[in-house]
Design a protein around this ligand. Structure first.
Ligand code: HEC
Ligand code: HEC
Ligand code: HEC
Ligand code: HEC
Length: 169
């Protein structure tokens, strides 16, 4: 075998051996047990604290909102997309039926203009609906200042939910 090929082969051999050694050292122990991922990732994620309950749980106690929502443009939105994480609320609110909820169990009420603008304000980076053929997949954007201008004389701001029912806009 010519000298330069021998050198090339040994250089390759060194690289391959190095790779195999590094692979042994760096691969986490539980990798590949269940698939092409770390099996330990499952118990690790199970241990994380839960914050969200999911709309199905909210419906147990607030059926009216769910019924309203299912018929309107917000049908696809999760309750907690607007009201924030509500697992603690869902677990303990029942004890306070017909009483005022303690602050720790109160949920965000997104009744300010900026709350709706979060999703509906014109945003150049977001796809605009040109032909409204794909219902409920893209968000209608409005210029919140023009659509619902501030009263210039009184400087009074009408909030969106004065006209739109948030659960059935
Ligand atoms: C076990 C029953 C129960 C579940 C489940 C539940 N709630 Fe409630 N919720 C209540 C009670 C009780 C109140 C306070 C009295 C009332 O308004 O009827 C309340 C009040 C609220 C309020 C008004 C709070 C305020 O500060 O005035 C909102 C908003 C709300 N719930 C949203 C949700 C959402 C979102 C979920 C799902 C994550 C949910 N709830 C799950 C029982 C429940
Ligand atoms: C688009 C955002 C949005 C979504 C989605 C939404 N809500 Fe609301 N919700 C609001 C706003 C805004 C208010 C305050 C209404 C008001 O003050 O008149 C509110 C009020 C409430 C209240 C208090 C009603 C009262 O009379 O005080 C409850 C309970 C509630 N929502 C439950 C739910 C549940 C359950 C879901 C899911 C089925 C849900 N909401 C989905 C925006 C939303
Ligand atoms: C988490 C995002 C989100 C928030 C917050 C939100 N919306 Fe929506 N909204 C949507 C989506 C998604 C649709 C369905 C697509 C569409 O029709 O634009 C929708 C639809 C609508 C429509 C119907 C538009 C049409 O097709 O004619 C109105 C009106 C509306 N929302 C008003 C509101 C108001 C008022 C608030 C504040 C209480 C609000 N939205 C908060 C996501 C949101
Ligand atoms: C004075 C009443 C009023 C207020 C306040 C109001 N709207 Fe509207 N909105 C309407 C009416 C009426 C329509 C339907 C006619 C139209 O498209 O202009 C509408 C339509 C919409 C649409 C659908 C637009 C489309 O492209 O089809 C969205 C989204 C919307 N409003 C969001 C909002 C948001 C967000 C706010 C708060 C910043 C708000 N609205 C405040 C009356 C109002």
């Amino acid at each position: 075998m010519p000298q330069h090929i021998k050198r090339l082969v040994s250089a390759f051999a060194v690289v391959i051996i190095l790779f195999l050694v590094m692979q042994q050292v760096l691969t986490p122990a539980s990798f590949g047990k269940l698939g092409h991922y770390r099996a330990d990732a499952i118990p690790e994620n199970e241990m994380k604290t839960l914050h969200y309950a999911g709309s199905a749980v909210c419906t147990n106690c607030h059926e009216e909102m769910q019924t309203d929502k299912a018929l309107g443009f917000h049908a696809q939105l999760q309750c907690e997309a607007c009201h924030g994480p509500g697992l603690k609320h869902a677990l303990y609110a029942d004890k306070f039926k017909d009483k005022e909820l303690p602050d720790s169990l109160k949920l965000h009420k997104p009744d300010q203009r900026k709350d709706c603008a979060l999703c509906h304000e014109i945003n150049a980076a977001r796809i605009k609906i040109v032909f409204d053929t794909i219902n409920n997949t893209m968000i209608h954007q409005v210029n919140t200042l023009k659509h619902n201008p501030v009263n210039k004389r009184t400087n009074e701001k009408v909030i969106c939910i004065d006209c739109h029912n948030p659960h059935q806009p």
